[in-house]
Write a protein that binds this ligand. Structure first.
Ligand code: ADP
Ligand code: MG
Length: 357
């Protein structure tokens, strides 16, 4: 029934941030090199994500918004070597249940014409019509939670904070996505449209950071490039879901690399860094509170009291972590976390000691 569907949907789309996360990841999965996110009234009225990716095939129109439909996974084994963000087919079905939702999509072969797809709350395709469109996909989410009055009220009350959380997440996607042009704007009901930030199609993360936070930011940063070997013999027992996920036995030691850009380990000198910390696992933005704590502890030990800028991408084997711990896929479980954190702190101190201040 409908109510069951709504309750389950609540898991993947929990707030404004998860809407944007799912839509932007779909755009990246579609191979987009340009992604435009347009908020109306901070996202309360609408969130639109437009990309220039591959578009949706007509044979997928019927199933695209049905629960557990995904075009991205062919066999169960693929789960262990997942290259795309999406794989569970829950985002579009949830959005049908929780918002007024439609899609406009066009493939390269469609010329200047595209197709507008409208759906029932259940995710069933209601109808299609021909519209003008460029290659790519635009997903329009209007009146999020309009049919869940308590959640809608809560969203209205907290919208400023929610919008800022979304911007922080979009900053992270824009900084980590090389070769992808991002543009984020917000149209207030009576005001003018403001550009929150935009990036060029940069070849590296450094230029992305300059676009998002200002070129001056780079002066305050040093490159982060740590690698260490982790011995899997002292690894604590993997979780049940990790076992389910792993198809290969772990063999030998495991190389971990942590790359990115961080604040210089010096105090003062007018080097102001934006108060931003972004963490990634294999370029996927995620919440890693323990890793954040390890970084910040090392900075504190150098008497750096101002919050450092941290852009840290942890490169790991796909069988060294669990992405499906939380429904929104942002909280990631690292299998050898304790060992990893110790190695990280040591390597960071070594980097700081060796750095010409
Ligand atoms: P998942 O990403 O897990 O496959 P979603 O519900 O997010 O599930 O999307 C369902 C399907 O819709 C995707 O598998 C993909 O085929 C299609 N799709 C969604 N967004 C886009 C997009 N921006 N461009 C092309 N195809 C898309
Ligand atoms: Mg998806």
């Amino acid at each position: 029934g409908r109510s069951v569907h709504q309750i389950q949907s609540g898991q993947v789309i929990v707030d404004l941030q998860s809407v944007c996360k799912e839509l932007v990841e779909n755009s990246i999965d579609a191979g987009a090199t340009s992604i435009e996110v347009r908020f109306k009234n901070n996202g309360l009225d609408a969130i639109e994500v437009q990309d220039n990716g591959a578009g949706i095939s007509p044979e997928d129109y019927d199933t695209i918004a049905l629960k557990h439909y995904t075009s991205k996974l062919s066999t169960y084994d693929d789960l262990s070597s997942l290259q795309t963000f999406g794989f569970r087919g829950e985002a579009l079905s949830s959005l049908c249940a929780l918002s007024k939702f439609h899609i406009v999509t066009a493939r390269a072969s469609d010329g200047p014409k595209g197709t507008k797809l409208e759906f029932e709350q259940s995710g069933q395709l209601r109808g299609t019509s021909v519209v003008a469109a460029k290659q790519g996909t635009t997903v329009v989410v209007e009146s999020l939670f309009y049919n869940l009055p308590v959640r809608r009220k809560e969203l209205e009350k907290t919208i400023k904070r929610e919008y800022n959380k979304v911007l922080a997440l979009l900053n992270a996607y824009a900084c980590v996505s090389t070769g992808v042009k991002f543009s984020v704007s917000n149209q207030l009901p009576k005001g003018k449209k403001t550009i929150a930030f935009s990036t060029n199609s940069n070849p590296n993360t450094k230029e992305n950071i300059a676009n998002v936070f200002g070129a001056k930011t780079l002066v305050a940063l040093i490159p982060l490039n740590l690698t260490f070997e982790m011995d899997p013999s002292n690894r604590p027992g993997a979780t049940q879901s990790a076992r389910n996920w792993s198809t290969q036995e772990d063999a030998g030691s495991r190389t971990v690399a942590i790359v990115g850009h961080i604040s210089r380990p010096v105090v003062g000198e007018g080097r102001q860094t934006p108060d931003k910390q972004m963490f990634f696992v294999n370029s996927r933005p995620c919440t890693l509170p323990q890793v954040a704590k390890a970084f910040n502890e090392v900075y504190k030990s150098y008497n750096i009291t101002q919050s450092p800028f941290i852009f840290a991408d942890i490169k790991l084997d796909t069988n060294a972590y669990d992405v499906n711990v939380s429904p929104d896929k942002r909280t990631i479980l690292l299998h050898d976390q304790t060992t990893l954190l110790e190695s990280l702190k040591e390597a960071l101190i070594e980097l700081f000691e060796g750095h010409d201040q």
